[in-house]
Design a protein around this ligand. Structure first.
Ligand SMILES: Nc1ncnc2c1ncn2[C@@H]1O[C@H](COP(=O)(O)OP(=O)(O)OP(=O)(O)O)[C@@H](O)[C@H]1O
Ligand SMILES: [Mg+2]
Length: 274
């Protein structure tokens, strides 16, 4: 295990259980419900990349929504720098909102096609009410993701998929976050371009001491990027380990299935990860 007594997570989810009520099947029966997440513990430290991997419907996006404060957990807590984000402390809540940013799966659909990239990058500053002249920050962030300044004047359709994912990462970096949460950030990209984006994320973790939560259904992609991976199945964490351990000695049957899925596809990133 990579756990040590000194671990001080920046962002953590503690014993979270989330249940949704479903539509009543008949008028007089009890209202059925569905437990999407059960007793979830999950955390990330500064300068650490952690992965969450699981099949479609396992609960990954629901976990992301709770971890980023979009949804309140019914049971359990989410803490940022050790304090509960739902405690009602508005200053702490504002700091959390700035410090934890999401990288979305598909920038083609998440970026407004009529908005220049420069304007899109300033959006988070506006919505988070971060005051000041942000030109310097724009240049800094473009540099960090390897985009040219001319990108600011262009529209999303003028970029390739890989470049556009850099724009999405730049947007997430604008408020100077401590943690990035990336839900399937490369699944819409060609394999040849995936590696470039994954390397960029790895560099950012190292250079900026960011915490990265990397979510995917593909174990090889997660393994390439992170040092600790949690496997989620049907709303429960069934195994946690270093990527190499999970590949070579998967314990849970769900982990074995994910390993098999990778090894039956072309070598691809799996080879690189190992
Ligand atoms: N508001 C809701 N009400 C009822 N069920 C929900 C709700 N939100 C999600 N679910 C169910 O919870 C389960 C987990 O969904 P979730 O989107 O978290 O999975 P996922 O692991 O992200 O899947 P994918 O890999 O397809 O993105 C699914 O069965 C989904 O149908
Ligand atoms: Mg999802």
């Amino acid at each position: 295990m990579t756990q040590s007594i000194e671990r001080r997570p920046l962002l953590a989810m503690n014993q979270v259980t989330q249940t949704y009520a479903l539509p009543r099947a008949n008028l007089f029966g009890p209202r059925p419900s569905f437990t999407v997440l059960q007793n979830i513990d999950f955390d990330v430290c500064a300068g650490e990349a952690v992965g969450l991997v699981g099949e479609s419907g396992a609960g990954k996006t629901t976990l992301t929504r709770i971890l980023t404060g979009m949804e309140k957990p019914q049971t359990g807590s989410v803490t940022f720098e050790g304090a509960d984000i739902w405690s009602g402390d508005t200053a702490h809540r504002a700091k959390f909102r700035r410090s934890v940013q999401m990288v979305l799966q598909n920038p083609r659909s998440s970026l407004d096609p009529r908005m220049r990239v420069g304007t899109a990058l300033l959006e988070p500053m506006r919505s988070l009410k971060i005051a000041g002249d942000h030109t310097k920050r724009l240049y800094e962030v473009l540099d960090q993701v390897g985009l040219d300044r001319s990108a600011l004047e262009r529209y999303p359709h003028e970029f390739s998929g890989g470049q556009l994912q850099r724009v999405a990462i730049a947007r997430a970096l604008m408020p100077n976050p401590r943690v990035l949460v990336a839900d399937e950030p490369v699944s819409a990209l060609d394999v040849s371009i995936q590696a470039q984006v994954l390397n960029l994320l790895k560099d950012l973790v190292r250079n900026l001491q960011l915490g990265l939560v990397f979510i995917a259904h593909d174990l090889s992609v997660v393994a390439y990027t992170t040092s600790r991976v949690s496997v989620i199945a049907a709303g429960r964490i069934v195994e946690v380990g270093q990527p190499i351990e999970l590949f070579t000695h998967p314990m849970a049957p769900e982990t074995k299935n994910l390993v098999d899925a990778v090894l039956t596809v072309e070598a691809g990133l799996a080879g690189t990860a190992l």
